[in-house]
Design a protein around this ligand. Structure first.
Ligand code: GLU
Length: 500
């Protein structure tokens, strides 16, 4: 028997971190066991589903490298795989047929209760402090009674008979789980009065039709599972195995929410997280390798992935850890890869500066490459590239004269220090303008004058970058180039002299 699992997103919002994590675990499971991974779009909520969300979800999963074996290829396009179509709105006849069958076998019945009747029932349970539950008013109607209601023009919903007793199953993550059928809210609406099928029904009809053997999904679906199991049985279908993944939590251990955490994958992509880090991080949200190691490629995780190592307790989404992991992955990119991935972020940051009125140069290919040693250890996300190095590409940096004067110095000393430094740096010459050529004579200068190197270096850093924190000073000067370095030192000195 081939193992088949699936991700079944509803395109009613952008790709959520939780959906990406569930998709990843399904993908990893299928890869590890040599099974088949299916993507099915659950788009029956027509009012809230959009093609844009669909595209965001599919593109985001593609971007992460989570590839499916069957399903819609790209948003709005045809599907591949023998169990299609893979969009629920294209499968409506299948649900109608299954509902027909349940009606015929009296496992479901038409229910004519009006909204007013149901509201009155709800109110009565509230008063009695009982959980809401369908009272079964239409469960035993005889044919004549149904005809009478039809004659009144009532359009029935279809309810599934949930029966009595309990439903138990062995969840791969959570172990034995048991639900009392009494607590399920009574007979379940599976088709609305307008004929559209509901989630609990479509998901089961499809999982059965697509021969899904493993349902791996978020813990928020755990309480739906007894309903699904009853429906699988009623349809005469094999009940799949279930694995409910721990919830993803905000830092305060509440369920991850838009209000407290960033939940849309697109935001992380836009900020310049790299896919390697995101899949690595998502995999660790609820799964552990059982070792101290934390850094894994997608292939390495697929090689080790095992549902038995999925934890039961909630997984806290820790942005700092994600940034750390992202920094680790950025360091592991080859120089070519890093240049290619950071270039668009630098371009975008420079465009912002240009729009603000700055005179900005576009970095050449060679300049981009020369940035690699400067930034590779310092980027938590690619989007930080602008604030780290934009000063290299601005015609003029604004220098606060105050910042040019180190704490232990006064203005006169700062002017002198910058003048001496300018002379020493100029002596290095354009040809040998390398970090290890610039540093020794500057240190020698400090020694000769009895200056703390940190003071002089701070004054130089501010002069050439306009800020007090920047990549390592000597590499920065090299990246800036001989002429520009001297010009900025001159401009800073003039600026300071003017206010002195
Ligand atoms: N469309 C459902 C969701 O997005 C699928 C749940 C399931 O995996 O059964 O939550």
């Amino acid at each position: 028997m081939t193992i088949r699992c699936r991700i079944a997103p509803s395109p009613t919002g952008p790709l959520h971190i939780g959906t990406a994590r569930t998709a990843l675990f399904n993908y990893l499971f299928a890869r590890h066991v040599g099974g088949t991974f299916i993507l099915r779009l659950e788009d029956t909520d027509v009012a809230r589903s959009t093609v844009e969300y669909e595209r965001d979800i599919l593109d985001g999963l593609h971007w992460l490298g989570i590839a499916w074996d069957e399903g819609p290829e790209v948003a709005g396009q045809a599907a591949r795989g023998p169990f299609g179509p893979y969009r629920q709105m294209q499968r409506l006849p299948l649900y109608a047929e299954a509902a027909e069958r349940l009606l015929r076998e009296d496992k479901a019945y038409p229910c004519y209760c009006t909204p007013e009747e149901l509201a009155a029932d709800r109110f009565a349970s509230e008063v009695a402090h009982r959980p809401p539950r369908y009272v079964g008013r239409c469960a035993r109607l005889i044919a004549a009674e149904r005809r009478a209601r039809e004659a009144e023009g009532r359009k029935p919903v279809i309810r599934f008979r949930v029966g009595e007793g309990s439903v138990a199953f062995d969840d791969i993550v959570r172990g034995r789980v048991e639900f009392n059928v009494d607590a399920l809210g009574g007979d379940l609406v599976i088709v609305r009065s307008d004929g559209t099928p509901l989630y609990h029904f479509t998901v089961v009809v499809d999982d059965a039709a697509m021969a899904i053997t493993h349902v791996i999904r978020g813990e928020d679906h755990l309480s739906n599972t007894p309903k699904h199991i009853l429906l699988f049985r009623a349809l005469g279908a094999e009940v799949p195995d279930f694995a409910h993944l721990p919830l993803i939590l905000n830092a305060d251990r509440t369920k991850m929410s838009k209000r407290k955490s960033q939940t849309a994958m697109a935001d992380y992509i836009a900020q310049g997280f790299v896919r390697e880090a995101l899949v690595n991080y998502l995999a660790l949200l609820g799964w552990s390798s059982g070792t101290e190691e934390e850094i894994f490629t997608l292939d390495e995780i697929a090689g080790r992935f095992d549902l038995s190592r999925v934890q039961q307790g909630g997984a806290v989404f820790d942005r700092e850890r994600l940034e750390w992991l992202d920094g680790q992955w950025i360091r592991r990119l080859s120089p070519d890869e890093l240049v290619e991935r950071m270039a668009p972020f630098l371009t975008a940051a420079l465009a912002v500066r240009r729009a603000e009125g700055a005179v900005v140069r576009d970095p050449s290919e060679a300049e981009l490459r020369s940035l690699v040693p400067l930034v590779r250890e310092r980027l938590p996300v690619l989007g930080a590239i602008g604030s780290l190095v934009d000063f290299l590409f601005l015609e003029d940096v604004t220098v606060e004269p105050d910042l040019l004067v180190p704490k232990r110095w006064d203005v006169a000393q700062a002017l002198d220090g910058l003048a001496q430094a300018r002379r020493v740096i100029a002596d290095v010459g354009a040809v040998s303008f390398e970090a290890d050529e610039i540093e020794p004579p500057l240190r020698a200068l400090c020694e000769a004058r009895g200056w703390k190197a940190g003071d002089l270096f701070m004054a130089i850093r501010v002069a050439v970058t306009g800020r007090t924190t920047a990549p390592p000073l000597f590499d920065t000067m090299v990246a800036l180039g001989y002429e520009r370095t001297l010009a900025r030192l001159d401009a800073a000195r003039e600026g300071l002299a003017a206010v002195a």
